[in-house]
Design a protein around this ligand. Structure first.
Ligand code: HSE
Length: 298
């Protein structure tokens, strides 16, 4: 009646795919212990690593589980322990990891009555609490694994996208906090048709590149003309990190989720390591502390 799960950090948006694309990382990730109880309630018993609310309706994992319980007729509930490694406000899907991990674990304890898409729907309620919008581009890869596309929100339609064997991500997290809700607030509500055309060209290009293992095409498609120009202003040395990473061979990259983390994709681990080195060097120079993660995309 108890299960322990690893729940991964995720990179959402992936440059051109605002609110629709994302992929899971090998690390960092959180661990969670979920227990089934015979009372229709959710209790967050423990939270290690970061100081986040324990009241179920104020906690993203709690809210995700409550939305699942809402659809369940049985007299069951859950107790949760969260061992958090992904910093809130880092741009690598900290809230999504908690929401997704909770519902995946709960579903296992119930004998898996729900599909991954159902689980994403529950976990999205956690995202609504965290950011004001029930976006699915972090919870989808956290639940499905690998690279995912949210083809549609209404109805929810999540597609797994194959990725090439040698694709690696390097993600740097400068130690400043950007709240997703703030990073969404500053976005323009309207966009120009010419920008939309460029963006959906890139979205199609990225998906085709991933599925055909065409690394050049992946690189060309990692461009965001809508969100990045606005949000990158919040991230110190953003352009320099991108430029220097590409100089040592990165295919391309952008802001991870709503930032401040920056991700770059590379072909092969060796190149991803070089990217890691120049990213670190860049932030050493500007005097900002950071964490860096290297992960295979699979
Ligand atoms: N698509 C979301 C955003 C991801 O960019 O606001 C947040 O991690």
């Amino acid at each position: 009646n108890e299960i322990r799960v690893f729940t991964p950090g995720t990179v959402a948006n992936v440059a051109c795919g605002f609110d629709v694309m994302g992929f899971a990382l090998d690390s960092p990730g959180d661990e969670m212990v979920v227990r089934k109880i015979t009372e229709k309630t959710v209790r967050i018993l423990k939270m290690e690593g970061f100081n986040l609310p324990l009241e179920a309706h104020k906690n993203v994992a709690g809210v995700a589980l409550l939305s699942m319980l809402n659809e369940l007729n049985d007299n069951v509930g859950f107790e949760v322990e969260i061992y958090k490694k992904i910093k809130p406000g880092s741009g690598i899907g900290s809230s999504a990891a908690s929401s997704a991990g909770a519902v995946v674990a709960a579903n296992k304890l119930l004998g898996e009555p729900y599909s991954n898409t159902d689980l994403a729907r529950f976990a999205m309620e956690g995202e609504r609490l965290a950011s004001g919008t029930a976006h699915a581009d972090n919870v989808a890869p956290a639940i499905f694994g690998g690279f995912t596309l949210v083809r549609s929100y209404h109805p929810l339609d999540i597609i797994s996208i194959d990725t090439p064997d040698e694709l690696y991500a390097t993600v740097i997290h400068p130690q400043i906090e950007v709240k997703t809700s703030d990073a969404r607030e500053i976005l323009k509500r309207n966009l120009l048709l010419k920008d939309a055309i460029r963006q959906w060209g890139n979205v199609g290009g990225l998906v085709a590149g991933l599925m055909r293992s065409d690394y050049e095409l992946i690189g060309r498609s990692l461009e965001d003309v809508i969100v990045e120009p606005i949000r990158s202003i919040l991230i110190p040395a953003f352009q320099e990190v991108k430029l220097r990473s590409k100089e040592v061979g990165a295919l391309g990259g952008g802001i991870s989720g709503s930032g401040p983390s920056i991700f770059m994709l590379s072909r092969g681990q060796e190149t991803a390591e070089k990217v890691k080195a120049v990213m670190a060097e860049t932030y050493d120079k500007v005097g900002i502390d950071y964490d860096i993660h290297l992960s295979k995309v699979n």
